[in-house]
Design a protein around this ligand. Structure first.
Ligand SMILES: *Cc1c(COP(=O)(O)O)cnc(C)c1O
Length: 273
């Protein structure tokens, strides 16, 4: 590939004005500013830049230009490929619908998988535990794998996540039985319709907070020790205002995704994997 062709990969133009790398870096900075303008204290909220269905060159461009490290992916095969080709200084978040038969592999083969945010069943936690235990047995300096319990707060059948009433027992199981996992907090996708309603706050975010209190009580920790992962492009500022610790933003940074696969809010499933 000629140098010209190579650089055109990174400078594929969205606006017709800026090279793509510069555009994406600017988008990320703008999101960080918007977060900080509503956060209770500066840099207290983690931004996960959601790069699903976007090329690895986009991730690399943002990572190199801004030093941003947290990126999110939804599909296990896509994550495995990107993780293998991109710098290990990236902290990956798996945020997609989790299939039990993919869990062990993800936890074992990606040392810089920082968190799995979509744990909604005991058998999935167990499979992640098995994978991370295997990795730690050969590579003891690898951190434990952080996990979030995903809660279906909107009651929509298409959404993954455990029922709110099931979250405390799942959290307890992770803490007591999964020694190679760390319970990082709770995650919800929430209903986009609710965030578009003029009536705020979004009930899903309130539900997640309430479930966190119940989980904290069940496992005997302070609520604040458990993170809330909530808020996407449409509603991350509102989520931060309601106490989100971790927001997951894709479209606002990387632009519209190809309509190839179902999106989380249509009920993501990993059909292509
Ligand atoms: C795709 C996805 C996001 C990002 O969505 P945007 O609307 O593009 O910001 C966040 N969370 C989950 C679980 C997703 O699947």
């Amino acid at each position: 590939m000629s140098t010209d062709q190579q650089s055109s990969l990174l400078s594929e133009q969205d606006t017709g004005m800026l090279p793509r790398a510069q555009l994406l870096a600017g988008n990320l900075q703008a999101v960080l500013q918007r977060i900080n303008s509503v956060a209770h204290s500066p840099n207290s909220v983690r931004l996960v830049a959601v790069s699903k269905l976007k090329p690895a060159t986009d991730v690399l461009a943002v990572h190199e230009r801004t030093g941003h490290t947290h990126f999110g992916e939804n599909y296990s095969q896509e994550l495995l490929e990107k993780a293998a080709s991109l710098p290990t200084t990236i902290n990956w978040h798996f945020i997609g619908a989790l299939q039990t038969n993919k869990c062990k592999h993800l936890a074992e083969k990606i040392p810089n998988l920082w968190a799995v945010e979509s744990v909604d069943a005991i058998k999935k936690a167990n499979a992640l535990e098995k994978g991370r235990a295997a990795l730690l047995s050969t590579s003891p300096s690898t951190p434990k794998l952080r996990v979030y319990v995903q809660v279906n707060t909107s009651g929509e059948e298409s959404k993954s996540g455990c029922q709110p009433t099931a979250a405390p027992a799942l959290a307890r199981h992770i803490l007591e039985e999964c020694k190679h996992l760390t319970l990082q907090g709770l995650m919800t996708i929430g209903s986009i319709a609710r965030s578009q309603e003029s009536v705020i706050p979004n009930e899903d975010f309130l539900t997640l907070k309430r479930v966190r209190d119940e989980v904290a009580k069940e496992v005997g920790v302070q609520s604040e020790e458990l993170e809330l992962s909530m808020g996407m492009s449409e509603d991350f500022e509102q989520a931060v205002g309601l106490g989100a610790s971790n927001v997951r933003v894709g479209t606002t940074i990387f632009g519209e995704r190809p309509p190839k696969k179902n999106d989380a809010r249509d009920g993501a499933s990993e059909q292509m994997a």
